[in-house]
Ligand binder design. Structure first.
Ligand code: G6P
Length: 610
């Protein structure tokens, strides 16, 4: 979380930095700030609120100078106010720093600085680092050495960019645990938390490695470890186009991303699925094919929406490949000394590829000798690089904080992964073909749902002011219920819970009355009759039922208050189609409530702190 941009070159830095920060707001939007080096020293403008709030108060284009840094914040230490906004400076105001991450031992360092007479203007851990670098500069007289020495004492995570009036033709970047990339231009260089902030200027990037530092000047850059050993950097090309990170006529990124799903889903199986042979080719898994064949157990680890996809993956893999699967919250997995064997395969699922807990979980799994596979969307992200092998989601950049297209792409990849393993085992070519045929129909079926959103809008209008929602599903659709509830919580701030439908009678049924809408995911599968019984139980208690059902289901309109019809598919793929109306329902309810759909309060898209 937190977005960082740094620039050194010949253009006016401030507007360029601010436009980069806008692209990074998905990482946090509590406060924003810029610092530009001018001939009169450091000019800092920072405010609580969004980047556009800063722009409305400060005439950004008028800030002269062509070296600068900027930051958009997701608060960890200290409330989101002006003082806690970045950039922070050292005591004398000559060195400025932006930081993404958490300095865990900041209190120890702060005490040391306080006893040496230093004082602080904010409550942040980041300011402590800035002041510390300033103190070290006084004795070392060299910015790079001061940064390096400070970082050697720091515990925790950081992506930082530092600039100083003392050495005005240089910016220094360093990372541990928080991503940073360098944008390589012509006589100009950028540093940013991700490629979206640099793509308008250059497509050539270098992914800074763990514990690496970069020194950027107008004439070039060098990289080395924080311990001062030179490193070799590889220049890579950004893997997406600028248009992909723009709203393209939609009111919100979330809506755009929902509507992209017919394409993104197809991109997830294009060139991989062989419907004729009922098989799948996942080139990225070739290095670990033997390990996969011999795997005794699969552990899926992830957070948030990706964890929900992992739960569907458990059902799919166990069904098709008959290998036991466990699904773990990465945050729990990493801290409970998990039992991991060398013949286990650990799958990390992550849209961003940067989630701190997921990253820590895979490091733990690797340490214990497991084979680690990534299912990641962002090309070149840390998780993608640290796993032994992987399958990219190919969903394209996802900007809306509430994950939508990445979820369906995760299900697309997990289905193929399960088929890939299954075909190594008991799944026949014919069974594989049936699944592949059904998967190939999904994009067009998603389009059909997207072409008929009026009933969903009407339901959203009717229920937008309720306080609670319950989402129920069984089998493959229990995780879909969890995901539906999460989407609603995230963007509308309505309390919502997902439950396995049969568990309703062990607790949630006590909540049912005429004020409680209950969303049932009720495709015609082998447990359809049971779901109908659950619906009747809710109706008997005056609950309001919104059912997501097959388009040829004539019975369900008789028992539900509202029905959202989706095309018929095989049971395994039903959570994919069910998730589309659930995304739309959350979206339209949030709109009715006037919520900021793309930037819901307190959330960030990429959680790079623990
Ligand atoms: C945050 C986001 C969620 C996301 C989760 C995991 O909480 O707001 O939308 O599902 O992180 O992120 P990842 O990038 O690892 O999938």
């Amino acid at each position: 979380m937190c977005g960082i941009v740094g620039y050194i070159g010949t253009q006016t830095a401030a507007p360029l930095i601010v436009s980069g920060l806008k692209r990074l707001e998905y990482r946090g939007y509590d406060s924003a700030g810029v610092c530009v080096l001018s001939k009169d020293g450091l000019r800092i403008e920072k405010r609580a609120g969004r980047v556009k709030d800063l722009e409305s108060i400060v005439d950004i284009p008028s800030i002269a100078g062509n070296v600068g840094v900027g930051h958009t914040r997701w608060a960890t230490h200290g409330v989101p106010n002006d003082a806690n906004a970045h950039p922070h400076t050292d005591q004398d105001g000559n060195i400025a720093l932006v930081h993404n991450g958490i300095i865990e031992n900041y209190l120890t360092i702060k005490k040391k600085l306080e006893s040496a007479g230093y004082t602080f203007r904010s409550d942040t851990d980041s300011e402590v680092l800035a002041v510390f670098i300033g103190m070290l500069y006084k004795t070392l007289g060299n910015l790079e050495a001061a940064v390096r020495t400070a970082l050697a004492e720091v515990e925790g995570t950081f992506g930082i960019v530092v600039l100083s009036v003392h050495e005005p033709d240089m910016i220094i970047a360093a990372r541990r645990g928080s991503p940073l990339i360098l944008g390589i231009g012509d006589g100009e260089y950028l540093v940013a938390s991700d490629a979206s902030a640099v793509i308008a200027h250059t497509r050539q990037v270098v992914y800074l490695q763990e514990n690496e530092m970069a020194i950027l000047t107008r004439s070039g850059f060098s990289t080395k470890t924080i311990e001062n050993v030179d490193t070799r950097s590889v220049v890579e090309e950004i893997a997406f186009e600028l248009e992909q990170i723009e709203r393209g006529g939609f009111d919100h990124f979330m809506l755009k991303e929902i509507y992209e799903q017919p394409i993104t889903f197809r991109d997830g199986f294009r060139g991989r699925l062989n419907a004729e042979e009922g098989s799948v080719r996942l080139g990225g898994l070739a290095p670990v094919a033997d390990k996969l064949r011999q795997a005794k157990r699969i552990i899926i680890t992830a957070c948030g929406t990706s964890w929900h996809a992992g739960l569907v993956g458990e059902y799919l893999i166990e069904q098709l490949a008959r290998i036991p699967v466990e699904v773990e919250y990465a945050s729990e997995f990493r801290y409970r000394n998990p039992i991991i064997n060398q013949d286990d395969v650990v799958i990390a699922i992550s849209q961003s590829g940067e989630t701190a807990d997921t990253l820590a979980a895979i490091r733990e799994a690797k340490l214990k000798g497991a084979t680690v596979i990534g299912m990641v969307n962002v090309v070149g992200s840390t998780i993608a690089r640290e796993t032994d092998a992987g399958v990219y989601l190919h969903a394209g950049p996802e900007i809306g904080v509430a994950s939508t297209k990445a979820f369906t792409s995760q299900l697309c990849v997990l289905t193929q992964f399960a088929l890939f393993l299954g075909r190594m085992k008991a799944v026949s070519a014919q069974q594989g073909k049936e699944l592949a045929d059904a998967l190939e129909q999904i994009p067009e079926q998603i389009t059909r749902i997207l072409d008929n959103v009026e009933p969903i809008k009407a339901i959203a209008h009717e229920y937008a002011q309720v306080s609670n929602f319950l989402y129920l599903g069984r089998g493959y659709n229990f995780p879909a219920a969890l995901e539906g509830a999460l989407k609603l919580k995230e963007i509308s701030y309505i309390h919502a819970e997902g439950y396995p439908a049969a568990e309703m009678k062990h607790g949630p049924i006590a909540l049912i009355d005429e004020n409680m809408p209950v969303v049932f995911i009720a495709p015609k599968d082998e447990i359809y009759d049971k779901i109908i019984s659950n619906i009747e139980e809710v109706r008997a208690r005056n609950g309001r039922v919104i059912a997501i059902a097959d388009d040829d289901d004539e019975h369900i309109p008789r028992v539900a208050n509202h029905v959202i019809h989706v095309p018929r598919t095989i049971p395994m793929l039903t959570p994919i189609l069910a998730s589309i109306p659930l995304q739309l329902l959350a979206y339209y309810i949030a709109l009715e409530r006037g919520c900021n759909v793309d930037m819901p309060r307190n959330l960030a898209k990429s959680v790079t702190v623990e």
